[in-house]
Design a protein around this ligand. Sequence first.
Ligand code: HEC
Ligand code: HEC
Ligand code: HEC
Length: 160
Amino acid sequence: MKKLMLIVLCVCVVSLVYAEEPRYVGVKECKICHKKLVEKWERTAHAKAFERIEIKNAVKEPDCLRCHVTAFNAGGYKMDDPNASKFEAVQCEACHGPGSQHIKIAKESDTEKSGDKALGLVTPSVVTCKKECHKKAHFRIFTYEEYWPLIEHKREKTIK
Ligand code: HEC
Ligand code: HEC
Ligand code: HEC
């Protein structure tokens, strides 16, 4: 009987975790575990995307923000929101999706489970780059072959 209760309890906890909507949390949270990846990202143009529109005095322009911040009006950057600064520039979550649930599971178990797509992370590809961002006139011509090496990164074997 006890065993059965325990199983029921486990199932409940797991389904609760999965039921919770994944939220955007901002790159600072990713740095706690993916320190090297974040430091690498900090040296890329994506990390400077907000500065680019600052120098053009365009940080109040929705039509600039939609590509120069993370998850604009979609759970991330929102103009005049007290949390807006957390989501400046093109962060991890702009490509990988909202990370709150991934972090929660990673903190609990530190296993492969944290990468489960049901938790909100997505696997980005060339479609991600072109769909919303690298597609309009003020950019150079985008090819994945030419651009991926500029931000190339992969899984770390040991995280910490
Ligand atoms: C509590 C620690 C922790 C935090 C915080 C964390 N991660 Fe992770 N992450 C992991 C672990 C552990 C793995 C699996 C091991 C690996 O990939 O090296 C992982 C893997 C990933 C993967 C690969 C998933 C896959 O299997 O396809 C992505 C993408 C990722 N994290 C993105 C993020 C993003 C974005 C953030 C910030 C929103 C973040 N992580 C914050 C621990 C964390
Ligand atoms: C459809 C997405 C998108 C929109 C909308 C957008 N940008 Fe960009 N912007 C980009 C991308 C992608 C790059 C990187 C271009 C490259 O290196 O190929 C970029 C680069 C830049 C740069 C640095 C390179 C350069 O050309 O000087 C500036 C400055 C900039 N954008 C300003 C703006 C301003 C101001 C607006 C609003 C009027 C805006 N962007 C709207 C996607 C966008
Ligand atoms: C501009 C989009 C973009 C940004 C920003 C970005 N990534 Fe990625 N990331 C990708 C792409 C594309 C891949 C390659 C996916 C593939 O081919 O498996 C990738 C791969 C990864 C992988 C390896 C996944 C695997 O299954 O092996 C991890 C881990 C990861 N990213 C974490 C991060 C973290 C942490 C950040 C922020 C510091 C970040 N990424 C920022 C696009 C991005």
